[in-house]
Design a binder for this molecule. Structure first.
Ligand code: UDP
Length: 323
């Protein structure tokens, strides 16, 4: 298929582009490079630098790519930042995203695949979390993604735009080529590995008084390559709806740090800090729906394996995509 990927220079987008190309698709990447990196775009893809807020550029890119499907990764995705700058999240994730779905409808795109998030649920009444749980986000990031999910429901009903929305839990790890590099790093695993690389003296634990066994937040870390495979399966005609993508296993912040110590063989000192606003205590997926309906088969579910791929990439790229 001819596929347009927004945010294909970002962490999750870059690995999905690689896997799409490996599967034989033709890929055009559209990215404004505010968060992404030009060198994270697979050399086999066509690259267009542009902004989703630019209606004409978006329409032209969808047209030129002869896109049969759009994978929409481009977004701001930091819980903490969304608690201080909500406008950025509603403007970029909702208002600018609307330009893309409008172009998809105008150009007759057959399938729209959207990066949503477990942050749309807010603190769940139960874990593992199924797709039918109530969605009550507690930060503007989750709210912005939920708003876009609702837009997709209406566009499917009114315009017939078929969509698959994946609610990611915590994407982690790396492919052989591409890994996680944010200019301002807020994510747990890369921050912990910076200590192992000797770039910082210690990592930070945000909150040790949560109602969890060791007091730190629990997350479900899903390997980036498995995440990418789900997107390829979601492209099949007739597949539509919302799917959780996670492992079904929850690990606390302390467990992640311990695993990083084991994999890297380095001691990783951690300091305890207050809670980060907007963080739910425990988010763990039930991903049975994706397994059942899409035929998704996660290949690399163990945290050790995930951290090992991340560590291999960070050792090879100690400054990420920066020279
Ligand atoms: N976290 C932490 N120290 C860090 C980064 C993150 O304790 O340096 C915690 C964070 O509060 C959350 C978990 O680790 O409970 C995962 O955070 P991350 O930012 O990686 O992903 P999120 O769950 O926010 O998408």
């Amino acid at each position: 298929m001819n596929i347009l990927v927004t945010g294909g220079a970002g962490y999750i987008g870059s690995v999905c582009v690689e896997e799409l190309l490996n599967a034989g698709h033709q890929v055009t990447v559209f990215d404004n490079l505010t968060e992404g990196h030009r060198s994270a775009v697979d050399a086999r893809a066509k690259f267009v630098q542009g902004c989703l807020s630019d209606v004409a550029a978006v329409k032209k890119t969808v047209d030129n790519a002869k896109a049969e499907a759009i994978l929409h990764f481009a977004a701001n995705a930091l819980v903490g930042e969304s608690m201080t700058n909500p406008a950025k999240y509603f403007r970029n994730n909702v208002a600018s995203g609307l330009n893309l779905v409008d172009a998809a409808v105008a150009c007759g795109v057959k399938k729209f695949v959207f990066s949503s998030t477990c942050a749309t649920y807010g603190p769940p009444d139960q874990v593992p979390m199924t797709e039918d749980l109530p969605q009550r986000p507690i930060n503007p990031y989750g709210e912005s993604k939920l708003m876009f999910e609702k837009i997709l429901l209406w566009y499917r009903q009114i315009h017939g735009l078929e969509f698959v929305a994946f609610r990611y839990f915590n994407a982690a790890g790396a492919s052989g080529k591409f890994g996680e590099h944010h200019r301002i790093e807020t994510h747990l695993i890369p921050n912990v590995l910076k200590v192992a690389l000797g770039q910082v003296a210690q990592c930070e634990i945000y909150g040790t008084d949560y109602p969890t066994p060791d007091g730190t937040c629990i997350r479900d870390y899903i390997p980036i390559r498995d995440l990418a495979q789900a997107h390829i399966l979601g492209l099949a005609p007739g597949k539509t709806g919302f799917y959780n993508l996670g492992n079904g296993d929850g690990y606390s912040v302390r467990q992640v740090i311990e695993t990083c110590e084991q994999i890297t063989g380095k001691r990783i000192p951690a300091v305890e800090k207050p809670r980060r606003p907007g963080d739910p205590p425990r988010l763990v997926a039930a991903a049975n729906k994706a397994i059942r309906e899409l035929g998704w088969q996660p290949q690399f579910p163990k945290l050790d394996d995930i951290v090992a791929t991340a560590w291999a990439w960070h050792k090879q790229h100690p400054n990420g995509y920066s020279n």
